[in-house]
Design a protein around this ligand. Sequence first.
Ligand SMILES: [Zn+2]
Ligand SMILES: [Zn+2]
Length: 344
Amino acid sequence: MKALMKLQRGDGYVDLREVENPSPAPDEVLVRVKRAGVCGTDIHILHDEFPKAKPPFILGHEFSGIIEAVGKEVESWKTGDRVVSETTAYSCGACRYCQTGDTQLCPERKAYGYVFNGGFAEYVVIKANLIHRLPDTVNFSEGALCEPLACCTHAALERVQLQPHEIALVTGPGAIGLIMLQVVRSTGARVILCGLDSDRERLNLGGELGADHLVNVLKEDLTSKVMDLTKGYGVDKAFECAGTAAATRDCIRLTRKGGTLIQVGLFGKPVELPFEEIAFKELTVVGSFAQKKSSWDHGLKLLADGKVMTGPLVSGEYPLDRWKEAFEKSERRVGVKFLLYPAP
Ligand SMILES: [Zn+2]
Ligand SMILES: [Zn+2]
């Protein structure tokens, strides 16, 4: 089969290769990939900016597909089932994190698409206990965004509890921000979504997806807008999804005293922040990283109930042969989410 691989360490070294079709171990299923999303992590892997990557491997950790074959110990799945997969391919099962279901924190965690072979290929083999059924009403393109969705449910439903009377700030209208706002809205809380000039189309999409207020921080004064909307207090919770120091500084400044900052975005380098404000304002700062099994259950329920829509985030779909276009567009942020599909 054809597969898009990271071949070795270093900038570049990503290319299509002809590889042996995989076959499932007794506890695995073979999935025929239908759609696989290009993620910021894939761009970091391309440029060798992701130390956890262990080449050579097939890229792609956000995918949907159809079960083509099951290992001989697998009883709960059958050929033809429409599925998505968690990304934590291996966790030790024995550490204190695994024992409480927090497999995303396991020191031994290894993921599909940067250690184990991922979904930028015609087929991928997956541990049967990591598979989730795609709701009938959700197509494969929408399903390919279940991984970023699970990251958002982990942040907004598992790491913190939102109340219906609360108001939240979401910074950065990329795929994560545009899904995060919908997960926050599903709790009844209101959302202020902010972005830059270059985000104009994404901000508008955020409005269509349910954001109550949109702010272009280069054209409007975010501080006065937030203070107007919160009687001068600031937001109850701020979800930092841009991964920039400026956005985190906005969140620290605009979260009310006693409120909560949830850091989801990654800076990729040390940054300077007014950390002292956390003491003065008695802020709670919460980190949120990746997702775990329960995050997928939350996300798939929201998709099935129509409370979150991922389809509008798909800006283009390319056959595997044209992966470079999808990667370039993702890197230039000309759309939100680009998907790859293996030739039919
Ligand atoms: Zn991703
Ligand atoms: Zn563990």
